[in-house]
Design a protein around this ligand. Structure first.
Ligand SMILES: [Zn+2]
Length: 343
């Protein structure tokens, strides 16, 4: 099977030839190839080559775009900072007063901010890997972008003080995030990946999640799938226990974090494929090869029976992860990940 067929199989509830393997490898891959993060924003080929190396050396089943989380936020007017060797972040929001909402313009993904560069990277990645390997591209959900362009604290206060303002803002961010997602699909993205760490259990109540975050994400994901995205992959960063039943709507893969894989799969595998969850920091970054082997094998035991499972880490692979730890994960998969399973 090709990587594309393998991912399609788990999303269609069919059994692939082996458990698929995805590594959220952006910053790790850049360093592994000998470059600094900021260089990936200067020469597209640096980033393309880093993903091709990860694909080949670790037998991953997909490549990731630069996963620039603030791309839409910047296009809407917020100020993005790109540190020398860390991912970019929003240094200055642009909706300081509620009246600033009226100044937000409709974005053009082919022209605004760094989006043309990011779309060019996706086009080059698709050209490099062809039809057999999925290109996975990151698009911000509307609530996350609203938090970034307004400021987190301000937006959380707005939820109580001026819910109508928040909904007006979310209409703007939903349109912008969806427009960028469609441009990613046009550029060759097979899978749209997203995460919404500002909307988890530790950040907002379930009632606020139902009113302000979920409906806009669900609409965006549905629109992107109708537009041609083969799959939507939602990384549930942090704790989402009271809202997973909503997160699966219009989503194909949940990239989980901090869950018991077996329980999680029992509850949600009818709705989605499950991706995870070797611990990125305490195991991949800080653990020994033996600890990685043990945890990867434990994940296969919990997740792989009956398919619907993608072996992965639980959050981004840290930049300074030892390549030998990722090789250990790959080797466990080669030894134990083929269907029919030997255990
Ligand atoms: Zn995460």
């Amino acid at each position: 099977m090709t990587p594309m067929e393998r991912i399609a199989a788990v999303c269609n509830a069919e059994i692939p030839d082996r458990v698929p393997f995805l590594l959220t490898s952006r910053e790790f891959g850049i360093k592994y190839s000998g470059f600094k993060h900021s260089q990936a924003y200067e020469q597209p080929q640096i980033y393309i080559d880093s993903q091709l190396r990860v694909l080949e050396d670790f037998q991953a089943d997909g490549v990731w775009d630069i996963w620039c989380t603030p791309a839409v936020d910047e296009a809407l007017g917020a100020t993005m900072d790109i540190p020398e060797d860390d991912p970019p972040w929003i240094a200055e929001p642009c909706v300081r007063e509620r009246s600033d909402l009226a100044k937000l313009k409709r974005i053009d993904p082919e022209k605004d901010g760094r989006m043309p560069y990011l779309l060019d990277v996706v086009r080059r990645l698709k050209e490099a890997v062809g039809d057999e390997v999925p290109v996975i591209a990151w698009a911000s959900p509307p609530f996350r972008t609203a938090c970034m362009i307004r400021g987190n604290t301000e937006l959380y206060l707005d939820l109580f003080d001026d819910p109508d303002f928040v909904k007006d803002l979310l209409e703007v961010t939903c349109e912008a995030c969806t427009a960028y997602g469609k441009a990613l699909v046009d550029a060759g993205a097979d899978m749209i990946a997203t995460s919404n760490p500002v909307a988890n259990f530790d950040c907002i109540s379930l009632d606020h999640f139902k009113e302000f975050a979920h409906p806009y994400s669900k609409r965006m994901f549905g629109d992107l799938k109708a537009y041609g995205a083969k799959w939507v992959n939602f990384h549930t960063c942090g704790r989402w226990n009271d809202r997973y039943d909503l997160c699966v709507e219009n989503v194909d893969i949940i990239h989980c974090d901090q869950v018991d894989l077996k329980d999680f799969k029992a509850q949600h595998a009818d709705a989605v494929a499950i991706m995870g969850n070797v611990k990125s920091v305490s195991t991949l970054l800080q653990g020994t090869e033996e600890q990685v082997r043990e945890e990867a094998l434990s994940c296969l035991h919990s997740g792989a029976p009956d398919g619907r499972y993608i072996l992965s880490n639980d959050c981004a692979v840290p930049r300074d992860t030892s390549p030998s730890n990722l090789r250990a994960m790959r080797d466990v998969l080669a030894e134990y990940g083929n269907y029919p399973l030997a255990f």
